[in-house]
Design a protein around this ligand. Structure first.
Ligand code: GTP
Length: 191
């Protein structure tokens, strides 16, 4: 007799300021073409990926939550039952880096401290390709500040947090975000 496959729904939310690249990262993970033009997310968008892992069928729901300030009230509707957080800033937008704590605060207010203290979190510095382009008219987030913030979060979230630098444009390292989440959730015995 074979064991019945176990189907597990996992909800991952992508958080961060407007324009940091949440929608682009989600689309890159799904192999969709990169869109240079910006169209803001209203409320939230989500996509589902099915992954087989051992005897488990994972249904990975990836929620891309609108980053614009105006959508704060709507965003709250999407935070329930989350299993992991992807906290995104743009490596070429220091303000988006300065706002990381605000995002942690917002989600903590909604789902409670205990949840945020127990789930995997991926800190993502996106738009890596722009840093590599050496353009003069970009403002790069200081690397030392990034590492300091990561250390601060590690002391709070232990080894449930990792730091990944991505380019949604080239797809570089995007897979690593979701690989980490799945590994951590498996370690936690979710499937
Ligand atoms: P909201 O929906 O307002 O919350 O924005 P968002 O975080 O979903 O950002 P979105 O993915 O819409 O990207 C914003 C802009 O940045 C778009 O013009 C994208 O083409 C661009 N962009 C996103 N990721 C990258 C990247 O890795 N590299 C480069 N060069 N541009 C990117």
């Amino acid at each position: 007799m074979f064991d019945e496959p176990l189907t597990v729904q996992l909800k991952v939310i992508l958080l961060g300021d407007a324009r940091v690249g949440k929608t682009s990262i989600r689309k890159s993970y799904f192999g969709d073409n990169f869109a240079q033009s910006y169209s803001l997310t209203v409320g939230a968008d989500f996509a589902v990926k099915r992954i087989n892992r051992g005897v488990s069928n994972i249904v990975l729901q990836i929620w891309d939550i609108a980053g614009q300030k105006d959508f704060q009230a709507v965003r709250r509707l999407y935070y329930d039952d989350l299993n992991a957080i992807v906290l995104i800033f743009s490596l070429v937008d220091p303000d988006s880096f300065d706002h990381l704590d605000n995002w942690i605060e917002e989600v903590t207010n909604e789902v409670g401290y205990e949840t945020v203290e127990s789930i995997p979190i991926v800190l993502v510095g996106n738009k890596l390709d722009l840093i590599k382009s050496n353009s003069d008219d970009i403002q790069i987030v200081n690397e030392k500040r990034v590492l300091k913030k990561f250390e601060e979060y590690k002391s709070k979230f232990d080894d449930r947090i990792t730091l990944v630098r991505t380019s949604a444009k080239s797809g570089e390292n995007v897979e690593d975000i979701f690989k980490f989440i799945i590994e951590k959730l498996e370690e936690n015995g979710l499937f």
